[in-house]
Design a binder for this molecule. Sequence first.
Ligand code: UFG
Length: 318
Amino acid sequence: MRVLVTGGAGYIGSVVTAALLAEGHEVTVLDDLSTGHADAVPVGARLVRASLHDSAPVLAEVRPEAVLHFAAKSLVGESQQAPELYWENNVGGSLALLEAMRAADCRRIVFSSTAATYGEPTEVPIPETAPTRPTNTYGASKLAVDTMLTSYAVAYDVAAVSLRYFNVGGAAFGRGERHATETHLIPIALQVAAGTRESLTVYGDDYPTPDGTCIRDYVHVTDLAAAHLLALPAPAPGEHRVYNLGSGSGFSVQEMVDAVREVTGHELPVVVGPRRAGDPARLVASSARIREDLGWQPVHTDLREIVGDAWTFAQQRG
Ligand code: UFG
């Protein structure tokens, strides 16, 4: 298939681009390189440096049969401080992309949505039928695009899938997390293990969980990439499917700290700090729907494998 990958110079977009190339797809990456890296785009894919707002000429030229849409701002804290960036890039940019697709008669899209669309969960594991009440602008902006996809599917016969990621980790195809502003637990813990950061602050140890620290559902980026390949051909024209992507089991921040210590062999100095605003105690996905519909099965569910692959990547980059 001829596909356009937006955000293909970022962490997850570059891994999925490599997976698409390995399956024989023809890939053009559209990325403005605001947070991505040109050298993360796999050899074999063409890179066009452009914003989503300027995507129309690119789609007119490439004439993709499908779009995989990763490009987005994705920092929860930033979304609270500068919400206009999220409405402009994530919502305005996605609308421009959907209009560019319409003009180029491209009617298939896989979209990177998020667990943050659910907000504070009312039931755990969280099914796709759970209420969507995002507690931050990042989640709200992703939910707005999910809603947009439903209406484009109905009005314009678009075949759409929203994949709601939980906590993605690990590395694949020599690609991993490389953020200038790092807020995620695994890369921060690995920076401490590597000695480039002094200590890890655990955001709260008084949550109602067995060890008092927050529980999250970590999914390996390799399993995430496999889900994209399964999702790509799945919906019929006019259909918008929503799937959660998590491994279905939860691990606490303390368990992650233990895994990082075990994998890296480094002592990991930890400081317990106050809770981070907006962090739910427990976020675990029910991914029963994608398992049943598409036969997706996460394989790399061992925390030590997720941490180990991220560690290998971090060390290779030095
Ligand atoms: N944490 C720490 N110390 C740190 C960083 C994180 O204790 O220095 C804790 C957090 O409080 C949380 C857990 O580690 O309990 C995971 O935090 P991350 O920031 O790695 O991930 P989040 O669960 O906050 O975020 C993930 C995705 C977001 C998405 C969010 C909502 O990365 O994009 O889930 O579901 F919005």
